[in-house]
Write a protein that binds this ligand. Structure first.
Ligand SMILES: N[C@@H](CCC(=O)N[C@@H](CS)C(=O)NCC(=O)O)C(=O)O
Length: 205
């Protein structure tokens, strides 16, 4: 399998982390949306990452759809995401919040880097940044009231997505909040980053 995209994208990194956790072999083409859009569009007509090229050449797009396939392939016991029931729904809620933080983080970054400065809307930017904080506050409450991982003593897709989201926000928006604001989330992320699935995928910049 070939994963398209760089791990600076939190969406790509969460796919790469899930593949490592599930021990799925893959190669990665580190294409960036900023300068390889034509190549990326060969895999996804929207010009977005991640895409995953399967061994029979089928191409999957969007991190959620890709992870859905990976779990079907290699998470038969439902360790990362139970197949049914209230625990599944609860984990998917956390995943949706963390994925939303990623979306708002990327939108906020694009507002600042991909628009000409005179067109940047401070009002819109400030709203996006509030949404990031609201999402992180929700994840922090979850992290404060749990044991080892967000949904108990087993690492799940909720942890994968939250760790990738928190690292991304710290990397791209380092001055958005005080370092002491999200201590439980920071502890969770530090704990995750000790595992190969996270430290091997953590982007340098
Ligand atoms: N919902 C998608 C979001 C993917 C996404 O927004 N990727 C960004 C990179 S971080 C991208 O490709 N941006 C280029 C664009 O949207 O034009 C997912 O979960 O995979």
């Amino acid at each position: 399998m070939i994963l398209i995209g760089r791990n600076v994208s939190p969406f790509v990194r969460r796919v790469a982390s899930v593949m490592r956790l599930l021990k799925i072999d893959f190669e990665q083409r580190f294409l960036a949306t900023a300068d390889s859009i034509q190549d990326i569009a060969k895999f996804n007509p929207l010009g977005r990452v991640p895409s995953l090229v399967l061994d029979d050449s089928e191409i999957l797009i969007d991190s959620s759809a890709i992870i859905d396939y990976l779990l079907e392939l290699k998470d038969q016991n439902g360790d990362l995401l139970p197949k049914t029931g209230s625990e599944r729904r609860s984990i998917l809620r956390t995943v949706a919040i963390a994925h939303g933080v990623m979306e708002k983080g990327v939108a906020s970054s694009y507002e600042q880097t991909r628009r000409s400065p005179e067109k940047v809307s401070d009002e819109w930017l400030s709203y996006l940044q509030k949404q990031i904080i609201w999402g992180l506050e929700d994840l922090e409450r979850k992290a404060e009231h749990t044991s080892e991982w967000l949904h108990g003593d087993r690492l799940t897709l909720a942890d994968v997505t939250s760790i990738c989201a928190f690292d991304y926000i710290n990397m791209r928006h380092p001055v958005l909040f005080d370092a002491n604001s999200f201590l439980a989330l920071k502890k969770l992320t530090d704990q995750g980053n000790k595992l190969p699935a996270f430290f091997e995928t953590k982007p340098a910049t």
